[in-house]
Write a protein that binds this ligand. Sequence first.
Ligand code: PGA
Length: 260
Amino acid sequence: MEVIIKPDPEAVSKEAAALFQRQLALKSTSVLGLATGSTPLGFYRELVRRHRDGHVDFAHATTFNLDEYVGLSGDHPMSYRAFMREHLFAQVNMRPDHVHLPDGQTEDIPVHCEDYEDEIRHAGGIDLQLLGIGSDGHIGFNEPSSSLSSRTRLKTLTPRTIADNARFFGSEADVPRHVITMGVGTIMEARQVIVLAMGAGKATAVAAMVEGAITASVPASILQMHPKCALIIDEAAATQLQRADYYRWVYDHKPHWQRP
Ligand code: PGA
């Protein structure tokens, strides 16, 4: 895994946006895996800016989001569909019929999850997947103890994730208990993965992900097995990494042709 430590969240967002810009420049029909939450907000702002400046074109791209709350319609302000519309899709030239998120109001969750997997497969698989990491080490909404080969399915949020996300809903009681999320196995099939993390609250999870044992107790740790995964973090999220200086050294000596 490549670990890139940037001075601040803004630099993290810019590095990630540069990687997405390069991906779309190399392959205009890229299939992008997208994430929601606080972490990618600056990244989406930067992508929109680059789109407005004429550097990023979404006309031929396809997107699949990681997850959605069960019970919320796409019009609910806290739904991830609404989040994506506000922060990216309404501001760039994405074709609405190329946008995919799980449907939180589906009547048959198992069938819908299988269909979601089929749609990813039929689109040719995900070229570049963006991820955040939960303070408990989750990716998507694959909470600790999730099968490391799981597929898209229903998950129950941990009380910790409900507490973490209560800030979006106003109170813990209003946070849905269930979600539909791509599985860990689904995420691992993406050809390239970029994980973003910022702030001291993520430092423990980041260290466990990068330098701990591979375990379902820290679902993000399976990314140690991914052949092309970059973790881009700020200094605050890097404080518990044992080999932080080595990661900086590697980045400083990265060959020119490997840089976005
Ligand atoms: P956050 O969530 O970006 O809101 O911190 C990250 C995640 O849960 O994956």
